[in-house]
Design a protein around this ligand. Structure first.
Ligand code: NAI
Length: 413
């Protein structure tokens, strides 16, 4: 089979430059790379990886390859794939199958090609590799020991597979590690979502009413950063506890049917479908902006909007205006797909991908004793990564004295 399918190999120098920049800003991965070069933990091991194919992911691939892994790589979202980065990986000798803007058919073909080297370990983002193996090519699953899942939506899909008793190998819920979701989902999504909305619209956030749909890890970060930019934030939720949290954090809370009347900018990040429907859109003001930061493009009901709208026109690059039957226009960024496709800051992904690399090693060491379930990242991995991150920042913390330890372990005052 072809060793790579990328748009244009001559783009590699630009990809290498991007990878070098993130490498300079990812000290945890650099540390792992140094270790892996010496210990070769993945020698002879085949890894298939599907994660947003931009520079940080490429560096993770190179770190795993430095540890001896035979890497086969694709992207988890055709719009986040960067062709120069894909070219740089191919130029570095890795198997790479990904195009920016691939059709669904091409995307499926790339997933199949990525899996065709019969991996031992899967690294997935949204569970597309795992579901493809189970649904379409179980014959490529024979040598799989297990894998790691990067995001909330992927973990939700894998847990559904586990409940139905069809998951055929253990999957580590990387997303659920403290060193992942506490920082990546909250601060990463919080920053990169607003970075993307501001670049795409070139409008001010201050003084706007921003409706944040959900108050989970991502949406909390999005709400926090909107407030910091000077917006008035309204949160919609279905979980009463999260709704109280949003209220106590100082935000207005109301159902979407009401919030739809007030918002200037709407941002979804729930992992749920149809959180903004055409009915909600009919209540919105003329000229509002809609963006989605959840994994799939069903959070804003784009399928319904496409048939419901009376007219549509491109307003800016990546911003589509839709004319509703009431004559008002609404503007959707990036087809309602994940808005922050340029990804999180490198320092954030440093932690997430350190969890990925160490969890892949965990699978290698433990797969024989693991059940075919979604499993938690071990607390030792979280602890090591947190300590290394602090060390990289030059921050020291206290540790318990023997007396304090004894006190905390005793029931006597
Ligand atoms: P989470 O589970 O922490 O939060 C989701 C929240 O949405 C929950 O509080 C839930 O009650 C709420 N919710 C669910 N349905 C709702 C509805 N119909 N209306 C209002 N609220 C609703 O999940 P997390 O980690 O925040 O992830 C959310 C989505 O973002 C997932 O699809 C995940 O894969 C994706 N994600 C995106 C990232 C990005 O860079 N854009 C980064 C990490 C995750």
């Amino acid at each position: 089979m072809e060793k790579y399918q990328v748009r244009d190999l001559s783009l590699a120098p630009s990809g290498h430059r991007k990878i070098q920049w993130v490498r300079d800003n990812m000290p945890l991965l650099r540390g792992l790379e140094d270790e892996f070069i010496k210990t070769k933990p993945f020698e002879g091991i085949k890894i298939s990886l599907s994660v947003h194919l931009e520079a940080k992911t490429a560096y993770l691939c190179l770190v795993l390859a430095a540890g001896g892994a035979d890497m086969s790589v694709t992207g988890s979202n055709v719009l986040s794939t960067q062709d120069d980065v894909a070219a740089a990986l191919a130029d570095s000798g890795l198997k790479v199958y990904a195009y920016h803007g691939a059709t669904q058919k091409e995307y499926d073909r790339h997933i199949e090609m990525c899996l065709s080297h019969k991996p031992n370990i899967i690294i997935d983002d949204g569970a597309d590799l795992v579901t493809f193996l189970h649904d379409k090519r179980p014959d490529l699953m024979e040598e799989v020991w297990g894998g790691c899942e990067e995001t909330t939506t992927g973990v939700i899909r894998l847990k559904a597979m586990e409940r139905e008793g069809i998951l055929k190998f253990p999957m580590v819920a990387v997303n659920d590690a403290d060193c992942k979701h506490l920082f990546d989902n909250r601060y990463g999504t919080g920053q990169s979502t607003w970075d993307s909305i501001m670049r795409n619209t070139n409008l001010i956030v201050a003084a706007k009413k921003v409706v944040v749909v959900g108050y989970g890890w991502c949406s909390r970060g999005i709400a926090m950063r909107a407030a910091a930019l000077g917006a008035q934030v309204i949160v919609t939720e279905i979980d009463p506890v999260k709704a109280i949290e949003a209220k106590m954090d100082g935000f207005s809370v109301m159902p979407m049917a009401k919030a739809a009347h007030f918002g200037d900018i709407f941002v979804t990040a729930t992992g749920c479908c149809k959180t903004i429907t055409t009915q909600h859109m009919m209540s919105m003001k003329d000229g509002v902006i809609l963006a989605n930061a959840g994994h799939f493009n069903c959070e804003i009901d784009m399928a319904a909007l496409e048939t419901f709208a009376e007219d549509k026109k491109e307003r800016r690059n990546n911003v589509m205006g839709y004319k509703l039957p009431n004559g008002r226009w609404i503007n959707v960024i990036g087809e309602g797909r994940l808005v922050n496709i340029d990804g999180h800051p490198a320092e954030i992904m440093d932690m997430s991908f350190a969890v990925q690399a160490m969890s892949a090693a965990y699978i290698r060491d433990n797969y024989k004793n693991l059940e075919n379930k979604v499993i938690d990242v071990s607390s030792e991995i979280d602890d090591v990564i947190a300590r290394r991150k602090l060390e990289a920042w030059g921050i020291q913390i206290d540790s318990l004295t023997e007396e304090q330890q004894a006190y905390l372990n005793s029931w006597q005052i």
